[in-house]
Structure formats: C-alpha cells, structure tokens
Design a protein around this ligand. Structure first.
Ligand code: CAA
Ligand code: NAP
Length: 240
C-alpha cells in the first residue's frame, strides 16, 4: 500500500483529477467533498477511491474526518488542500456572508487541515502539503476581492509553514492554476470568459489533469528539495 494522500474537494473538477492521478501513481487516496452527493457517488463508482463528506470550513468536522481516514488508511502523509468556492461580486455589491464563506472555505480551511496533520507529520519526519491557490491570488481579478485575498493568503501561509517544517522532512508548496475547464469556470459569464481566454498565450483553458500532474510531482520523494514554492500552471497568462 502506498503512502496515504488526502485530497479535499477531491470528487469534482481539479480535485477529482488530482485524486485519480495520485491513485495511478501508487498512492492510497481519500477524497473529500461537501454537498454534491451525486457527483461523489459517481466519482467513487468510477474510481473506487473512498469519499468522505464534510465541510472543510468546520474545524471539528476536519479533525473527526482526518481521524477516521487515519484509522482506515494510515496517517495522512500527503495533504492536498484543494477544496474551494467562489462567490464573485464587485466589492460595492459583495456581502459579508460571501466574504466570510470564501475566506472560511478557501483560506481558513487550509489552516485547519494543516493544523490537524502537521504534528503527526513532524513526528514521523515526512510530509507533503500542497495548497491549491490561483492566478487570481497572484494578479487579482474583477469581482474577486474575497477569492483573491484568500488565494493570496495561501501563498504567505505556504511560505511560513514551509520554513517551520523544512527541518522535519515536511515540504509545503502551492500551485497557482490559471483558468481550468471545470464547473467553477463554467459559472463565469460567457462574454467575460471569452475575454479571459483571449488573454491566455496558449489560447485555451487548462485541463484538470494538467494541474494533477504538477501535484504528483510535488508529492513525490523526488521533490524533497522544493519547499515554500509557488508553481504556476497557467498557459502563460501571468506574463500578460
Ligand atoms: N475581465 C474583463 N472584464 C470583466 C471581468 C473580467 N474578469 N469581469 C467583469 N468584467 C466586465 C464586464 O464585461 C462588464 O463590462 P461592460 O460594462 O463593458 O459590459 C463589467 O466588467 C461589469 O460586469 P457585469 O456587467 O458582469 O457586472 P456584474 O456586477 O453583474 O458582475 C462580476 C460582476 C461578478 C465580476 C461578473 O462579471 C463575473 O462573474 N465576472 C467573472 C469574474 C471572474 O473572472 N471570476 C473567476 C471565476 S473562476 C475562478 O475563480 C478560478 C480561478 O481561480 C481562475
Ligand atoms: P469545482 O469543480 O467547483 O469543485 C470543487 C470541489 O471542492 C468539489 O469537490 C466540492 O465538493 C469541494 N468543496 C467545495 N466547498 C467545500 C467545502 N466547504 N468542504 C469540502 N469540500 C468542498 O472547483 P475546481 O474548479 O475543481 O477548483 C478546485 C480548486 O482549484 C479550488 O480551490 C479553486 O479555487 C482552485 N482553482 C480553480 C481554478 C479553475 O480555473 N477551475 C483555477 C485556479 C484555482 P461538492 O462537489 O460537494 O460541492
């Protein structure tokens, strides 16, 4: 049995590709989700990867789920903080509720999940933490003050935890995807999405598997000298 990897938000979109690709690379994988039971059941039936339902924004639920996964599959040695949401609106229309929902799910959940696994990783002298940020945390985006703040926050968090963990065999890295073809991007108004794709030098949206392959690399033993880094996978969009 390979090392145990936990992918939050691992039943749809980018997380689903990450979970499958890690499984294909020999890891024992668990995938989490929040509310879409149908997608989770389809994913489980198609892949055989076990799924666990909880809200990553709920501290106690995170601790309980990690304990359950550890009992069933052994300690989590690879944690991919992938679960995320958008609640887009210009700031003058943004509600406190939508600010908090995005900060809680996209940023605070990363703290909670890392806080839950970090001591066992330090004790065993091995761990890989990979945080899924976004190009919009690097460059900002109209309608995303909440999301850009959360995703930029992940980059600082990643660097600080990398420093704390380097001597303990635990690497902590971020991936900043560009626009990837998932349900999340399907919610962008078509006219706006066309204008965004026009600014991507490779001329297309990315595919979830293109992020998954980067995660598998950072999760590998070969990537032990890479920590505190942000790997951008965006078709050159950040250069524009
Ligand atoms: N790029 C360029 N122009 C944009 C834009 C963008 N990302 N977002 C909005 N605009 C423009 C609109 O085209 C519109 O221009 P016109 O007045 O000339 O028509 C103007 O800004 C106002 O937009 P709306 O009329 O749509 O205003 P609204 O208040 O109804 O909605 C909005 C504003 C919520 C920002 C909406 O436009 C929207 O959802 N935009 C997309 C934001 C976006 O890119 N989100 C990314 C989601 S995917 C993701 O987050 C994954 C990731 O990490 C990459
Ligand atoms: P997606 O297709 O909307 O899938 C999101 C996944 O996260 C689903 O499995 C969802 O579960 C889960 N999730 C959402 N909120 C959760 C919560 N509170 N608790 C537990 N699980 C939760 O999204 P995606 O496009 O694959 O994005 C995945 C990650 O990549 C996000 O962090 C996103 O911000 C980031 N990202 C995406 C893009 C892009 O262009 N798509 C670009 C850059 C970064 P349910 O199925 O139950 O809802």
């Amino acid at each position: 049995m390979g090392r145990t990897a936990l992918v939050t938000g691992g039943t749809r979109g980018i997380g689903s590709a990450i979970a499958r690709t890690l499984r294909d690379a020999g890891y024992t994988v668990a995938a989490s989700y929040h509310g879409n039971d149908l997608a989770a059941e389809d994913f489980k039936a198609a892949t055989g990867i076990p799924v666990f339902k909880w809200d990553v924004a709920d501290d106690e639920a995170c601790a309980a789920a990690v304990a359950k996964i550890t009992t069933a599959y052994g300690p989590v040695e690879i944690l991919v903080n992938n679960a995320g949401i958008t609640r887009d609106a210009m700031l003058h229309k943004l509600t406190s509720e939508h600010w908090r929902a995005v900060i809680d799910t996209d940023l605070t959940a990363c703290f909670t999940m890392c806080r839950t696994v970090i001591s066992p990783m330090r004790e065993r002298g091995y761990g890989r933490i990979i945080n899924i940020s976004s190009i919009n945390g690097q460059k900002g985006q109209l309608g995303q003050t909440n999301y850009a703040a959360a995703k930029a926050g992940l980059l600082g968090f990643t660097k600080a935890l990398a420093l704390e963990s380097a001597a303990k065999g635990v690497t902590v890295n971020a991936i900043a995807p560009g626009y990837i073809e998932t349900d999340m991007v399907a919610d962008v108004p078509p006219k706006v999405l066309d204008s965004i794709v026009a600014q991507i030098p490779v001329g297309r949206l990315g595919q979830p598997e293109e992020i998954a392959r980067a995660v598998v690399f950072l999760a590998s033993d070969d990537a032990g000298f890479i920590t505190g880094s942000t790997l951008t996978v965006n078709g050159g969009q950040y250069l524009i």
